[in-house]
Write a protein that binds this ligand. Structure first.
Ligand SMILES: CC(C)(COP(=O)(O)OP(=O)(O)OC[C@H]1O[C@@H](n2cnc3c(N)ncnc32)[C@H](O)[C@@H]1OP(=O)(O)O)[C@@H](O)C(=O)NCCC(=O)NCCS
Length: 188
C-alpha cells in the first residue's frame, strides 16, 4: 500500500538520508515545522534569476509560513537538503493536478495525466550550491518519496522557463523529455 502525505508528516523518517555533495555531508529530509526561519532565509537568499525561475512573487515570509502550515495536509510534500542550520536546496512535490495547470497543458499536448499516478516536481538549489551536484543528489530521495506515495509519472511543477538552460540540461540528464514549450515529463 502506498503511504500518504499525512502519514509521512507523522513519521518523516522514511524520507531521511545523508548525502555527500562536493565533499560536504548534508541531510535530506522532509520540511519540518521548525524550519520556518531557515526557509525564509533560503527564499530571501535566492538571486533574482533563481527566484524568477522558481519562486514567483509571494513574499518570502508569507510563502514560508504557508509551506509550514500545510505540512501533512492537502497535496504538498517538501524535501529539504540541510547544511548545518541552513537549507541548501528544496524539492517541492505535489500530488494534485488542478484544472488550468499541468493537467490542462498536457491535455493540450495530447497527453492525459492520470491524477492517481502523477506527481509534480520542482527543485531549487541555493545559489551558492548550484553547479556542485546537489540537484543530482536530490533526485534519488525525490523519486523514492514519489514512489512511496504510489506515483510513477513525474511532471515539472509549473513547467520550466524556455531560457532556463541549466535546469533543462539537468532534467534531460535525468530522463525528462520535452512535450511542449515549458513542459517536460518522465516515467519512473
Ligand atoms: C536547476 C537547478 C535545480 C540545478 O541544480 P544544480 O545543483 O546546479 O544542478 P546539478 O547538480 O545537476 O549541477 C549542475 C551543473 O553542475 C555540474 N557539476 C559540478 N560538479 C558536479 C558534481 N559533483 N556532480 C554533478 N554535477 C556537477 C554539472 O555538470 C552541471 O553542469 P551544467 O549546468 O553545465 O550542465 C538549479 O540550478 C536551481 O535551483 N536553479 C534555480 C531554480 C530553478 O531554476 N529551478 C528549476 C525550476 S524549473
Amino acid at each position: 500500500m502506498p503511504t500518504t502525505i499525512a502519514a509521512l508528516a507523522a513519521d518523516p523518517s522514511p524520507l531521511t538520508r545523508t548525502i555527500t555533495v562536493d565533499g560536504t555531508g548534508l541531510t535530506v529530509r522532509a520540511l519540518l515545522p521548525t524550519d520556518e526561519i531557515a526557509l525564509v532565509a533560503f527564499l530571501a537568499g535566492l538571486s533574482a534569476t533563481s527566484r524568477r525561475f522558481w519562486h514567483g512573487d509571494t513574499p518570502d515570509a508569507e510563502a514560508a509560513a504557508d509551506w509550514i502550515e500545510v505540512i501533512g495536509r492537502h497535496d504538498k510534500l517538501r524535501l529539504v537538503a540541510v547544511d548545518g542550520t541552513d537549507l541548501a536546496g528544496v524539492v517541492d512535490l505535489s500530488l494534485s493536478l488542478p484544472e488550468g495547470f499541468e493537467i490542462t497543458r498536457y491535455a493540450g499536448h495530447g497527453i492525459h495525466l492520470d491524477p492517481e499516478r502523477t506527481a509534480r516536481f520542482g527543485p531549487c538549489v541555493a545559489d551558492a550550491w548550484q553547479g556542485r551536484g546537489l540537484a543530482d543528489a536530490l533526485i534519488a530521495p525525490a523519486w523514492d518519496a514519489i514512489r512511496l506515495l504510489g506515483r510513477d509519472v513525474v511532471v515539472l511543477f509549473g513547467g520550466v522557463h524556455t531560457d532556463n538552460a541549466r535546469a533543462r540540461r539537468f532534467y534531460r540528464r535525468h530522463g525528462f523529455v520535452e512535450v511542449g514549450d515549458i513542459d517536460m515529463w518522465r516515467r519512473l
